[in-house]
Design a protein around this ligand. Structure first.
Ligand SMILES: [Zn+2]
Length: 217
């Protein structure tokens, strides 16, 4: 998981969030069920597009690249069911893979129990041993988040392992190269792997840091 930043509120949400929220809140207050269309307005293409841009098409929680295999789910950081007033709140929306979205369910967390990547830097709460994510010592929020989202589910560990092996192979090649210019290019390529748009960037950043590879100032 890496730190994310909110982009600008999409125009369609800016214009309609209040009315969309009022429509569902009023219906629920009257004991009526909002329609599927009324509930799902956060899925508007412009909103989804903005979320895909700010997450680089990755799950905000497990950092899997989801857009090449599924559409991804619009995720409510504070879940949808208990708090309808936040269904169309831009600061409450992100993109998640369907597994993380399902595992999180209706969990309502605070900063003590859930790592919200928009509010805290997850890299200060998690670290990696091989392809496994561990909570950093003293972080209750990381312990609970790892357990809730199952951040070490076998399919994720397998994909992170493949990524790790690729990174280590790259490092091995850098260590063996003799020509200084070739080495400089390979180091720059390695740093590319730590960018936010790369799958499991947190893992790549940790490996770069351990190998003493840092972006030039
Ligand atoms: Zn995920």
């Amino acid at each position: 998981m890496i730190k994310l930043s909110k982009g600008a509120v999409p125009a369609v949400l800016q214009a309609n969030a209040e009315a969309w929220t009022k429509a569902v809140v009023d219906k629920l207050a009257r004991g009526e069920k909002p329609t599927k269309a009324e509930k799902g307005r956060y899925g508007h293409a412009d909103i989804k597009g903005a979320l895909v841009a700010e997450t680089n098409g990755k799950c905000a929680y497990c950092e899997s690249k989801i857009r090449h295999v599924t559409y991804g789910d619009v995720e409510h950081i504070t879940p949808k069911s208990p708090i309808p007033s936040r269904w169309f709140d831009w600061s409450n929306l992100t993109l998640a893979c369907d597994v993380c979205n399902t595992e999180k369910g209706n969990f309502v967390g605070d900063h003590e129990s859930f790592i919200d990547p928009y509010n805290v830097d997850p890299e200060e709460h998690f670290w990696h041993m091989g392809p496994t994510i561990f909570p950093r010592p003293g972080s209750d929020a990381a312990i609970k988040t790892e357990s809730l989202l199952k951040l070490n589910r076998p399919e994720l560990v397998e994909r992170r392992d493949a990524r790790l092996k690729g990174l280590l192979k790259h490092l091995d090649a850098i260590a063996r190269v003799i020509d200084a210019e070739t080495r400089r290019i390979m180091l720059a390529d390695f740093l590319e792997e730590t960018r936010a748009n790369k799958e499991f960037a947190a893992l790549a950043r940790e490996i770069a840091s351990r190998a003493g590879i840092h972006a030039a100032a």
